[in-house]
Design a protein around this ligand. Structure first.
Ligand code: HGY
Ligand code: MN
Ligand code: MN
Length: 408
């Protein structure tokens, strides 16, 4: 069994980095808080007796050699960054649970045929640059130099932010792993929803991860005088956006499974006595079934065309990312189910509504995810919380799942 106290103490210690006065943590990619968190995680990896390195895109990796150093790696881990005012378990549990598993293997004198690695992925959330899973895209080799030109709200590019952490943007390809070099990637993560709690379960086996479509949209109308312009002569971009947001909610709700969120919106020029000339906003659309997501997307943008016709406006749309759904492998699900039974848990299966680095890794290796119960299903919120017992259940399931995958 893993060391429950050590795991939870490390979670609490890591959770201090990036703490905000108003509550929660903000630990954005390539910031001093991000670097401090990476240094702490590297120290835990060293305590666990792992060989520690930072790759070319800023992921921190701890490695436990196996009997055959040429064998493909069994990889676990999650992301080190957070959203603005986020919780301390999102990402952290997967990294620290992975370190705990490898440290326990060391302490039990268990040696696998396969090298085992735990990774702290860089910038999964995409909170700073609105482009997510930077570290895991680097590991699968899909990161392109032009991606690094994306800028944050201060106008700092990803490339410049990398350089500030002594990372060389032109070397990102060095982080890429080849297909076949990883036997499986298994991520321990909080559920961030209420399914486990509603079913009175501490842990669950993830069957697959929803798709993730992120768009930046701009309604372009005409700024005008709020007093002198009759209501019938306006091209008000904010009213158009408001009508569109209602349609987004209506069409997602209709499916019963899709979820859609307009999370950011800016109004220009943004004066109390100026009719909004343009409105820029983001759309996050997801479903476990790609066809359903595509249908919602088609429908809402048909409606957007009608809005533009009726109000003489334009709509410009930029795709920030379009990631397909990711299935968890049958081999993983079987190994996890055996781990559940070994621990006296009845296997419980659920999909992931949240996106994860595993969605990238699925392009080069089989993936799996193990969920831990989130109190009240809350996440991306300072109130995000999982109990020491549930975190230990998750890490123990991860431990036995990885041993099963390693044939031990
Ligand atoms: O957006 C997500 O689903 C994840 O938390 N990055
Ligand atoms: Mn998150
Ligand atoms: Mn996460």
């Amino acid at each position: 069994m893993i060391n429950k106290k050590r795991l939870y103490n490390r979670l609490m210690e890591l959770g201090e980095i990036g703490k905000q006065k108003a509550g929660g943590i903000t630990r954005l990619a390539f910031t001093p808080e991000d670097r401090a968190a990476k240094n702490l995680v590297a120290s835990f990896m060293k305590e666990a007796g792992l060989i520690v390195r930072e790759d070319a895109v800023g992921n921190i990796i701890g490695r436990l050699e196996g009997r055959n150093p040429e064998a493909p790696v069994i990889l676990t881990g999650s992301h080190i960054d957070s959203v603005y005012s986020g919780g301390i378990f999102d990402g952290a549990l997967g990294i620290l649970g992975g370190i705990e598993v490898l440290q326990t293997m060391q302490e039990q004198g268990i040696k696998s045929e396969y090298p085992m690695e735990v990774i702290a992925f860089n910038d999964e959330e995409g909170a700073r640059f609105s482009y997510s899973m930077l570290g895991s895209r680097g590991v699968i080799g899909s990161l392109k130099p032009e991606d690094l030109e994306l800028k944050d709200k201060e106008g700092i590019s990803i490339a410049a932010a990398m350089k500030a952490q002594d990372l060389e943007p032109t070397l990102i390809r060095c982080a890429a792993r080849t297909k076949g070099s990883i036997k499986a990637f298994v991520e321990l993560h909080i559920e961030q929803g209420k399914v486990l709690e509603t079913n009175n379960r501490s842990v669950g086996i993830v069957t697959g991860i929803v798709n993730e479509l992120w768009l930046k949209c701009t309604f372009k109308g005409e700024a005008g005088h709020a007093g002198a312009t009759p209501m019938t002569m306006r091209h008000d971009a904010l009213v158009a956006a408001a009508e569109f947001v209602q349609i987004v909610e209506r069409e997602a709700k209709k499916t019963g499974t899709a979820v859609a969120t307009v999370g950011k919106m800016s109004v220009f020029p943004g004066g109390i006595n100026i009719i909004p000339g343009s409105v820029e906003f983001t759309l996050d659309l997801r479903d476990i079934n790609q066809e359903v997501s595509d249908r919602v997307e088609d429908c809402i943008f048909q409606e957007a065309k009608r809005i533009c016709r009726e109000r003489s406006l334009e709509l410009h749309t930029e795709v920030l990312q379009r990631i397909p759904p990711a299935p968890c492998s049958e081999t993983f699900q079987g190994a996890a189910a055996d781990a559940f039974k070994h621990l006296g848990f009845e296997p419980f299966y659920l999909p992931s509504g949240a996106g994860h680095d595993a969605m990238q890794l699925v392009n080069i290796c089989p993936i799996g995810m193990i969920f831990v119960r989130s109190k009240d299903g809350i996440s991306h919120n300072p109130a995000e919380w999982s109990s020491p017992e549930d975190c230990a259940d998750g890490a123990n399931v991860l431990y036995h799942t990885l041993l099963n995958l390693a044939g031990l």
